[in-house]
Design a protein around this ligand. Structure first.
Ligand code: FE2
Length: 142
């Protein structure tokens, strides 16, 4: 009777599946030109993804309506969305500078690693909220 929680929001679920290989590839990249291309592609992708999560009647609003106790956590996640867009823009700038021969290569690699870490942590928290909200709604199988 109950569908897997992740499939309540199939677009978000598909996005998350697509995001994992993208950030893994980014994490493993060492060439500034290569990194720049990836982060430039990632920026509009993330913007669209975050809009999907934040849209009216979307995943975040649904979590909040099922379990208003999560409203502060959701605000925190929305704040992180903005921060991740800023970070991805900074990464593009840093990659461009590193590409033109400035000695920023290590800084770029470290910043990429930080960004990837933030994205992964973010997705974990998001997923926990989703599961908690709907597990709660379904009565936890009682
Ligand atoms: Fe997400």
């Amino acid at each position: 009777m109950s569908q897997p929680v992740s499939q309540r929001f199939p677009q978000v679920d598909d996005d998350h599946k697509e995001l994992i290989p993208m950030i893994t590839e980014l994490e493993q990249s060492r060439d500034p030109g290569d990194i720049r291309k990836q982060v430039e592609a990632l920026r509009p992708w993330l913007e669209r993804h975050f809009e999907e999560e934040e849209r009216p009647n979307g995943m975040f609003e649904s979590i909040e309506s099922v379990d208003p106790r999560h409203s502060q956590d959701l605000k925190g996640l929305i704040h992180e969305h903005r921060a991740m867009i800023e970070q991805v823009e900074q990464l593009a700038e840093l990659a461009k500078a590193a590409e033109s021969g400035q000695p920023l290569h290590q800084q770029l690699i470290d910043s990429v690693r930080e960004f990837v870490h933030l994205v992964r942590e973010h997705e974990i928290v998001e997923n926990q909220l989703l599961v908690e909200a709907f597990y709660h709604e379904e009565g936890g199988g009682d």
